[in-house]
Design a protein around this ligand. Structure first.
Ligand code: G
Ligand code: G
Ligand code: MN
Ligand code: NA
Length: 256
């Protein structure tokens, strides 16, 4: 319970912040947007990665206010970058939402309020949810996601391939893109079936009218493969690790 109390205090003290990893369009080669990834700026322990606190935040429900603060910070950052770097327009921002959010009928209004407060166009925002989070309660998740999409927010399925969505459910979900889990991308070296798995996910997505984002792209040969397979977007250490807001800004000013 120590971590729970610490998390509670950290939310009050606004110790959580977003880092940003660029997502590159494989058609244009340009940065199309960023994924916001939460970090805890702990006063004694320094920067703490989400694996160390997201599970407890989910169990205690503290993930809800924590993620809303990430959505707010990420939307505000994107508004300022869109103004400063109009040559990159339209830049997008992807934010992760945990399973806890999908059963909350108030979520769409809360996101709407953040869009109004920050001045971000809803069409620039993508919300990432995992297959397993949706499958926990498909009915309420689909209702929440539909309302978000009615607001012109896009919905991306994160870590795709690791969960168990049946094809019949997948094609009924109100979603816009699949993010291929990085474990498949990292093993696309011909020694196993992962190239075929990635190819199958890309074909499936395109047949359903969805875009595909490949995560965890670390090597040039994986990028070439993804391009030849018709993947739409890529993200990974090959382009950049997640950066703080100043780093993301520097990347945008260097990259045109
Ligand atoms: O950034 P990093 O590689 O440390 O992230 C590790 C994990 O934490 C990833 O699975 C990522 O999706 C998750 N994560 C990062 N930010 C958030 C967030 O705001 N909410 C949730 N639920 N998960 C996040
Ligand atoms: O689960 P999610 O896709 O949200 O996780 C994103 C996390 O993946 C980021 O927090 C980041 O630290 C990590 N990540 C991003 N790019 C790469 C990569 O190229 N390789 C690996 N191993 N991890 C990555
Ligand atoms: Mn993600
Ligand atoms: Na992922």
């Amino acid at each position: 319970f120590r971590l729970e109390n610490e998390l509670r205090r950290a939310i009050e003290r606004e110790e959580f912040t977003a880092h940003y990893q660029p997502i590159v369009s494989l058609k244009t080669g340009l940065i199309s947007g960023f994924e916001a990834l939460v970090r805890w700026r702990h006063p004694e322990r320094g920067l703490i990665r989400p694996d160390e606190f997201v599970p407890v935040a989910e169990e205690t429900g503290l993930i809800v206010p924590l993620e809303l603060s990430v959505v707010r910070e990420a939307c505000a950052s994107l508004v300022s970058w869109q103004r400063e770097f109009p040559q990159h327009r339209p830049l997008t921002m992807s934010v992760n939402l945990s399973r806890n959010q999908l059963a909350r009928p108030e979520l769409p209004e809360q996101v709407e309020r953040i869009l109004l407060e920050t001045g971000l166009d809803a069409r620039s925002l993508r919300l990432e949810v995992t297959e397993s989070a949706i499958m926990e309660n498909v009915g309420s998740a689909a209702a929440t996601l539909s309302r978000l999409r009615d607001m012109n927010i896009r919905v991306h399925i994160d870590d795709f391939g690791m969960g168990y969505s049946s094809l019949s459910v997948l094609h009924q979900l109100p979603i816009d893109a699949l993010k291929v889990d990085r474990s498949f991308v990292g093993r696309m070296d011909g020694a196993n079936d992962d190239v075929e798995i990635v190819q199958t996910i890309i074909t499936l997505a395109h047949n359903l009218g969805l875009d595909v984002v490949a995560e965890g792209v670390e090597r040039e040969e994986h990028l070439d493969r993804l391009r030849r397979l018709g993947c739409d977007y890529a993200q990974g250490f090959l382009f950049s690790e997640p950066l703080d807001a100043a780093g993301a800004r520097r990347l945008l000013s260097a990259y045109r």
